[in-house]
Design a protein around this ligand. Structure first.
Ligand SMILES: Nc1ncnc2c1ncn2[C@@H]1O[C@H](COP(=O)(O)OP(=O)(O)O)[C@@H](O)[C@H]1O
Ligand SMILES: C[C@@](O)(CCOP(=O)(O)O)CC(=O)O
Ligand SMILES: [Mg+2]
Length: 320
């Protein structure tokens, strides 16, 4: 028997980092996915292999440790945490493949966590629904990163474009939002756990300055919600640019991210900003009528990913 699951990446349009402090945020699932397969192992040992990420480990699911066979398996902390919560520690073979650039602000950690948990629930025939899965995946991200908002794991579980309110209610947008975005990413990775901690210390050291910025980011997200509902691309672009400025204030910008953000604007994007935790990773640019120009501009020095929003969230099955 083989249990299989996949879950999508996401782009945060408004509200990364401020969402950690309870402010609202808007994010959408995109058509790049992480795939997990789990089957019984007959060697007496549990192993995890990822051909895409080029690593292989022997898992010790009982005490959340592993023996490295090959590669750099940073993402494994999320997988071990998921196993720790669900698995009965019988030997398994797991494979992970992913179309999502890792550590790039596109939510690979959430997609891998959601897919791993869904595959484990299928493997053990444990009943689950999207609500319980999103909750459990959030607990895993929180345990690994120390602090995490429920945003990425919600979007990766449910799919679609969503607004997460201040009171943590999750509201899917009921419109077809097909605004043309280009994603640019650098080979320099960010680490969400570290970036979130860095923002927290900046905030603690300068609370009177940073607290109002975080509150403003919440207001900005609410303006963004209205602009999306009206499909007002110009306003969305303007707000994305402001949001980028706020993220710079929070200290999560880098030379590479700035380069991509301003290249996108020079090439005709009406808005561009960091997406995700920053410190490396990705930017998104809203570029109606200018997708080709913006993609070519970014590709001169960095990498471009063509993505579309998708309504498809987690999916899982068992094959006998
Ligand atoms: N090449 C890699 N192979 C495996 N894991 C990696 C690799 N690069 C980064 N990681 C790990 O993947 C995780 C990415 O999660 P995160 O920092 O939340 O970024 P994101 O979710 O945006 O991809 C981190 O734990 C990081 O250590
Ligand atoms: C910075 C943050 O708002 C988003 C992080 O997204 P990512 O892991 O960089 O894809 C953290 C969170 O919401 O938990
Ligand atoms: Mg992440």
């Amino acid at each position: 028997m083989k249990a299989m699951a996949s879950a999508p990446a996401k782009m945060i349009l408004f509200g990364e980092h401020s969402v950690v402090y309870g402010e609202p945020a808007i994010a959408g699932a995109v058509n790049k996915r992480a795939y997990v397969e789990i089957k019984k192992s007959y060697t007496g040992k549990s192993t995890l292999k990822s051909y895409d990420l080029n690593f292989e480990v022997e898992l010790n699911t009982k005490n959340k440790t592993y023996n490295l066979i090959k590669g750099k398996p940073g993402i494994i902390r999320y997988i071990l945490e998921a196993f720790h919560r669900v698995h009965d520690h019988t030997p398994i073979t797991m494979t992970l493949s992913s179309e999502i650039p890792i550590g790039s602000g596109l939510g690979s950690s959430a997609a891998v966590t959601v897919a791993t948990l869904a595959a484990l629930y299928r493997y053990h025939n444990i009943r689950f629904n999207k609500k319980s899965l999103a909750h459990d995946a959030h607990m895993v991200e929180q345990a690994v990163q120390g602090v995490a908002s429920p945003l990425d794991t919600l979007v990766s579980t449910y799919g679609g474009l969503v607004y997460l309110s201040r009171s943590k209610t999750f509201e899917p947008f009921k419109i077809n939002f097909n605004a043309p975005f280009v994603v640019g990413y650098t080979t320099k990775h960010g680490n969400t756990g570290k970036m979130v901690k860095d923002v927290r210390s900046l905030k603690n050291r300068n609370s009177k300055v940073i607290n109002p910025v975080i509150t403003s980011m919440g207001h900005l997200t609410n303006y963004g919600k209205q602009a999306i509902l009206k499909q007002d691309y110009k306003k969305i672009g303007e707000l994305m640019n402001i949001n980028h400025g706020f993220l710079d204030v929070l200290g999560v910008n880098t030379v590479e991210l700035s380069r991509m953000v301003y290249t996108a604007r020079e090439c005709g994007a009406i808005g561009s900003k960091i997406t995700g935790a920053g410190g490396g990773g990705s930017i998104i640019a809203l570029c109606p009528g200018k997708v080709k120009e913006v993609a070519e501009g970014i590709a001169k020095e960095d990498n471009v990913l063509k993505v579309n929003f998708t309504k498809r969230g987690v999916s899982s099955k068992v094959r006998m």
